[in-house]
Design a protein around this ligand. Structure first.
Ligand code: SF4
Length: 519
């Protein structure tokens, strides 16, 4: 018996790429999907050709490279270049074209807006195919690392620490200079002092810039990246990516990136989901990180109904019997009734709470009662010397409404995890989408849209199956080519009408002719 052996390396073979590709492989779906896209309308660069110079690769080729690469965890432009030379599916997909890695990188860098349009077009198509209904959506976020090390991210404390270190170093060198008599050594110390002073100037400049920022931090490599708390409280510089998923088939319908936490992201995401799906009335499920009265109100104004997990107040943990939930609000009288049955009144005055780092302030009213002074339960209810004080914000009616919906529909809220979280696992674990290859918010978002389009494409394949999806993509291609033919016919007819008109008005001044034609 012998080991299994391979074929002869020197044997010349007749190879047909078409036959080597799986009959119902994902690569064929990617090919059909890109062929179906009208790339010119999406504004891809390199679509229009220059009269001179080397012709560029067609955006369709580059788009196929990226869609294939992202679905197989190949995101680096050098690895994609290598895949074009060695991966049979990629060779089939690109008709054996092999773009340079810089060309591949530039395509991703130059087309973030076009990636967004492709994603939105695909979501609209999914709505047409009734795979997305936009009635129940879930919103959540995940964090990715940016192209900016923690070393190149500064806050005031860090700058001060650096300046103190440099000052100490300069003092040390100056002391050494006083004691040194050797001229060569003197020059060397002066040079080192000079270097420290240059560094000092650089940190002082960063300190100045820091004063103009809203959130008290600066990233020098990627100015849009921020220090973000990742798992187990480890801090890295990155982006907090917001994602919205539709409840019907768990397809992604919107994306955004902005703040490092989720408190102010909900209304923006709801707006985007409504825009992409064309569905105004929707139920929105989100975890407690999104719980904010202002955002709940904004969502309701947009026509969405929120189901956001309420945040537990500090008092509900220490003494649940006297937590805010135990105080009943009387809408008609604008008073509260406490667990001891006493009524807490307001003076009717609105107070303003100012918040740090450019966050918008909010209004609230105070509610209190004189009965606290003689109350037996006071030690359990409050530590405030003046008795229990309740603050009711202007957003409380919206918060109460949301919290009541959660209380009444716990099973419905529990769908949130099923709708949104598993996509993050696929993106981060399977496709290694836990860091970005680009810098700047817009380009990073472009990469996110690219990854989300890949996800939706793969998910749609699972839902519909190969034959059905391929048939639908081909039908879209047919419709588009029919529209193109129709527009060409209209254009030709219009030209013919114009030429007849010009021929019948030969004595008109040319300027007037052109005015008629413009009309
Ligand atoms: S301390 Fe005041 S608010 Fe609290 S239970 Fe007693 S009377 Fe009510």
């Amino acid at each position: 018996m012998e080991h299994i052996t391979g074929s002869d390396r020197n044997q010349i073979k007749m190879i047909c790429l078409e036959q080597m590709i799986e009959k119902e492989g994902l690569v064929r779906i990617i090919d059909a999907f890109v062929e179906m896209l009208d790339l010119e309308t999406f504004g891809f660069s390199y679509y229009k050709l220059n009269k001179e110079g080397r012709p560029p690769f067609h955006p369709a080729t580059m788009m196929k490279i990226y869609l294939y690469g992202y679905q197989h965890g190949i995101r680096s432009c050098r690895k994609l270049e290598k895949a074009c030379k060695t991966n049979i599916e990629m060779m089939w997909l690109t008709y054996e074209q092999k773009p340079h890695f810089k060309t591949i990188a530039n395509f991703r860098k130059d087309n973030p807006k076009a990636f967004k349009k492709v994603f939105r077009y695909f979501v609209a198509l999914l709505k047409d195919w009734q795979l997305v209904d936009g009635k129940t959506i879930a919103i959540d976020s995940f964090k990715i690392r940016a192209q900016n090390s923690l070393k190149n991210n500064f806050n005031e404390r860090k700058v001060k620490r650096h300046l103190d270190y440099i000052d100490n170093k300069i003092a040390e060198y100056e002391q050494a200079l006083d004691q040194e008599s050797d001229q060569a050594e003197d020059a060397s110390i002066k040079e080192r002092i000079g270097q420290q002073q240059i560094k000092r100037e650089a940190y002082k400049n960063i300190g100045q810039k820091l004063k103009q920022t809203n959130d008290g931090q600066i990233s020098t490599t990627d100015p849009d990246a921020r220090a973000v708390v990742f798992q187990r409280n480890s801090v890295k510089v990155g982006y907090n990516i917001q994602a919205a998923s539709d409840g019907k088939h768990k397809l992604l319908i919107a994306a955004d990136t902005g703040d490092v936490n989720d408190t102010k992201a909900l209304a923006v995401m709801v707006g985007k989901a409504q825009e992409n799906t064309g569905q105004k009335k929707m139920n929105v499920l989100a975890d407690k990180g999104y719980h904010s009265g202002r955002e709940i109100k904004a969502c309701e104004e947009l026509g969405a109904t929120t189901f956001i997990a309420p945040k537990a107040s500090s008092s509900s943990k220490t003494n649940p019997e006297f937590a805010m939930d135990s105080f009943h609000y009387n809408k008609r009288e604008d008073t509260y009734t406490c667990p001891a049955g006493e009524t807490l009144f307001t003076n009717g005055k609105w107070y303003h709470k100012k918040l740090l780092h450019g966050r918008k302030s909010y209004r609230f009213k105070h509610y209190k009662t004189k009965a606290c002074a003689g109350c037996n339960l006071r030690s359990q209810c409050t530590t405030n010397k003046l008795g229990r004080l309740i603050e009711r914000t202007e957003y409380q009616p919206y918060v109460t409404g949301n919290n009541n919906r959660i209380k009444k529909n716990p099973e419905y809220y529990r769908q949130r995890q099923q709708i949104i979280e598993h996509q993050f696992g696929t993106l981060k674990r399977h496709w290694y989408f836990d860091y970005t290859h680009t810098t700047g918010k817009q380009k990073v978002l472009g990469e996110v849209y690219l990854a989300f389009t890949c996800y939706n494409l793969k998910r749609t394949l699972t839902i519909l199956g190969f034959k059905e999806l391929m048939a639908r993509l081909k039908a879209c291609l047919m419709t588009q080519s029919q529209i193109l033919t129709l527009s060409k016919i209209i254009e030709h007819s219009w030209r013919a009408i114009k030429s007849i008109f010009i021929a019948r008005t030969p004595n008109r001044p040319s300027g007037l002719n052109s005015i008629y034609l413009m009309g």
